[in-house]
Design a protein around this ligand. Sequence first.
Ligand code: F1P
Length: 303
Amino acid sequence: MPHGASTTAAEIASQPGVWRRAAGLAGAAGDVLPRPGERAAVVGCGTSWFIAQAFAALREEAGQGETDAFPASEFPAGRRYDRVLAITRSGTTTEVLDLLARQRERTTTVAVTADPRTPVADRAHHLVPLEHADEQSVVQTRFATAVLALLRAHLGEDTGPATGDAERAVTEDLPGRLLSADQFTFLGTGWTYGLAQEAALKMREAAGAWTEAYPAMEYRHGPVSITGPGRVVWVFGAVPEGLDADVARAGGTLVAGSRPGEGPALDPMADLIRAQRLAVAVAEAKGLDPDRPRHLTRSVVLG
Ligand code: F1P
């Protein structure tokens, strides 16, 4: 397959326009999404769980209320929330549907989905359809980031600058030396830890790469031991003081949307686009088809 010809690559490239439309839906969705002051839980599986993590941290940082994120299969049964928000592209993921069924009588449930004509429509009290962000690819890219664009706008953020950065991220050359790296450690702080997890998942799913993800300050508590020549440490958001020196001492390559003392930072969500593009590029360099990740289906429906 010629480079850049995959469906995944095309969906990655479409993100700026898709984010703009998603953010524009925040007003209409505002009534059903978690309201200021509510205690909220956000759930999903795989990519959708990592987006839930990012939103939970952003919402708490914004002072809008206690917010927890769980993989749908690990929701603590005894907890009570004012609202449970599920993220599911397919609307068919078994663990998400089961959780929504269990929560229906206990609290208000909402689902953001790319396909409102699926079973999730009957399981959640409210739906936020994001059909324009749907994907053909097994591997999620634009649906996930569009959900986060919508949720950031819902928190009152102007997503214009992030979208501007996304325009750059879909075209600019990727940092050199990455294609031949044999290991990637993704780091983040607060909401960007969810993005680090998602970047690592993308590289595993699309490229079968060895990746790990940690909160940035945890890097020194063990993960540093993996770093070495030909290995990459990629930081989403702010790089903690001294971490660049630690990576250099270990012989690794640091990648970041912004480096200490450097100019304007790339919005971390736009930096995620670079990681998505790298996943496609690494897959193609290995002779893999990014549209056909090993052993993975577009939605996990358990029998
Ligand atoms: C979630 C998910 C994806 C994963 C794969 C299987 O699906 O686990 O994150 O990449 O495509 O499904 P969904 O509930 O968001 O449809």
